[in-house]
Design a protein. Structure first.
Length: 282
């Protein structure tokens, strides 16, 4: 299931591939940014000179209008929307290996290529630092964390300790029709794997696992497991990227697991779940 995933089921506006592979001279590659996001950022950084839809700025009154009826411009919401899109794009670039482990990236350089200021990029990078994906390098930027096989194996072991007993408990109590409702999520992993889209696969893989664990009703468990799952998807410092065949084999385990859960074949469920996590550290 795992490889070494905003909003669930929806690709970020800054799609994976916005980064090109890092060139040998260490300069950041070009990346593509939607016009809408650039417009949002521009309105934010102009300090509300114009509201969305062409409304006059705060403190100005259009002829024939009453200022007390005008709501304040949602500047903060717009800024956080841009930051969220950039965060999604950076996470996808981490999964794809487009942000290279060990390399330092500056917020201004990334911002220039996103078409936004350094501020939302820095905020997104700081969030990734909290998650352990990058490290802060004073006066330089952010270094992508370097991970080895041992860390990946440890993450797989911890995830198995959490998820395997929960899934087995759910297999005994959840009715078949609830499992059948997860079929579109399992099929989404197959679709992403079929085209070799690692970022889309990472998102759909986490969505499937999260949906399974949510049946337990334990929100804290879901949050912890999802964070561990995300960490397990970052690439190793060295080693080949996940192949399409590997992703397809991984995705097929989701559909096979659902079949066993619907039929309440506990022996098959246990075998599939254990095999699933045993291969998560590959």
């Amino acid at each position: 299931m795992e490889q070494g995933s905003a909003r669930e089921g929806v690709r970020p506006a800054y799609a994976p591939g916005a980064f090109s592979r890092a060139p040998a001279d260490g300069r950041m590659p070009e990346c593509r940014v939607p016009e809408q996001a650039r417009g949002e950022q521009a309105r934010v950084e102009q300090g509300g000179v114009e509201r969305a839809g062409g409304r006059p700025a705060d403190g100005e009154q259009a002829r024939g209008e009453h200022t007390h009826s005008e709501p304040p411009a949602p500047r903060v919401v717009q800024r956080h929307s841009v930051r969220g899109q950039i965060l999604d794009a950076l996470r996808a670039a981490l999964v794809d290996g487009e942000l290279v482990p060990g390399q330092v990236y500056s917020a201004p350089a990334l911002g220039a290529r996103f078409g936004v200021s350094a501020t939302p990029v820095r905020e997104a990078m700081q969030r990734l630092a909290v998650e352990g994906a990058v490290e802060v390098v004073p006066n330089r930027g952010f270094r992508v964390s370097e991970r080895g096989p041992r860390e990946l194996a440890e993450l797989a072991e911890v995830r198995a300790l959490i998820e395997v007993p929960v899934m087995m408990g759910l297999a005994r109590t959840v009715p078949a029709h609830r499992w059948s409702g997860l079929r579109p999520l399992a099929e989404a992993t197959v679709t992403a794997a079929a085209v070799g889209d690692r970022a889309a696969y990472a998102e759909s893989d986490r969505a499937f696992h999260r949906a399974v664990l949510m049946l337990s009703g334990n929100e804290q468990l879901v949050a912890v497991a999802d964070e561990l799952h995300r960490r397990s998807q970052w690439p190793l410092v060295s080693g080949p990227a996940a192949r399409r065949a590997d992703l397809l084999a991984d995705a097929s385990e989701h559909t096979a697991l659902l079949d066993a859960l619907v039929s309440q074949d506990l022996a098959v469920v246990q075998a599939l779940v254990r095999e699933h996590f045993a291969g998560a550290d590959r």
